[in-house]
Design a protein. Structure first.
Length: 235
């Protein structure tokens, strides 16, 4: 396996309009299709964040799970279909059916690794997760990526998002970030029930991996092994 890549819902969808794909949707997936030897995780974007917010899924809900899960599954089907149209053996994997949460989060990852070994490209997504005492909560793509990397150990982890990297207080991309203390929160466009950029950094540090955060203009270079965007040093 060459890499684990999160493609943000912020680049695949128009986060201002519910259930709308972005103008770049096809181009992004065409770029990914040129490097199919990895695991793809996509975010919920304008498919999943609005129903999750309406139902308070982030803090726990049972009635919101099906509406949210079916919305993110619809986006997942569109991503898988687009990759397949570009000759990739993309296979959907729904975290709702492969994970649970008590004081920790547990996810089956073996089948994901096996799919990749067999020449397929697993495509996971932000989803709901059954959670002790709460019904269901949100499992973000930002958390799924480090869980897979912990098993796969590719050393090539990327988060493609709507910002060109982690920005400092002047709006400049920082080359490296080693701790959350160095992070300056900026405004997030659209809804993000899982905590936006801060959540990405928290999960990278929590799981102790290194990862790059970059914008869609750097996606091709990332897939070709170049050093793009911001290196988050969580190891
Ligand atoms: N210091 C910062 N540097 C870069 N982006 C930041 C910063 N602070 C906040 N952000 C915001 O984080 C957002 C990206 O996170 P967001 O969760 O919206 O996207 P995503 O995770 O790619 O999408 P999804 O959650 O749908 O997968 C951008 O809109 C950006 O403005
Ligand atoms: Mg997000």
């Amino acid at each position: 396996m060459e890499y684990v890549l999160k493609i943000g819902g912020s680049v695949l969808t128009d986060k201002e309009t519910e259930r709308k794909l972005s103008e770049d949707f096809s181009d992004i997936l065409e770029t990914v299709a040129e490097h199919p030897q990895g695991v793809i995780v996509h975010g919920a974007g304008s498919f999943g964040h609005p129903p999750a917010e309406r139902h308070g899924l982030a803090s726990g809900s049972r009635e919101g799970i099906m509406e949210t899960h079916s919305a993110v599954s619809d986006l997942n089907s569109l991503v898988v279909e687009e990759l397949r149209e570009n000759s990739v053996d993309a296979i959907p994997v729904h975290p709702l059916s492969a994970s649970y949460r008590d004081s920790d989060t547990h996810m089956m990852t073996e089948q994901v690794l096996w799919m990749e070994r067999e020449g397929c490209t697993p495509v996971l997504h932000g989803d709901g997760v059954v959670t002790e005492g709460k019904g269901f909560t949100v499992i973000s793509g930002d958390e799924i990526v480090p869980m897979i990397e912990k098993e796969a150990g590719t050393g090539e982890v990327g988060f493609c998002t709507s910002a060109p990297g982690v920005l400092d207080e002047d709006g400049e991309v920082v080359d490296e970030i080693d701790s959350l203390d160095e992070f300056h929160e900026r405004d997030t466009e659209g809804i993000d029930v899982s905590g936006g950029m801060r959540n990405k950094l928290e999960k990278i540090f929590e799981y102790g991996i290194d990862a790059r955060i970059f914008g869609k203009e750097d996606l091709k270079d990332f897939l070709e092994g170049e050093e793009v965007g911001t290196l988050v040093r969580g190891r």
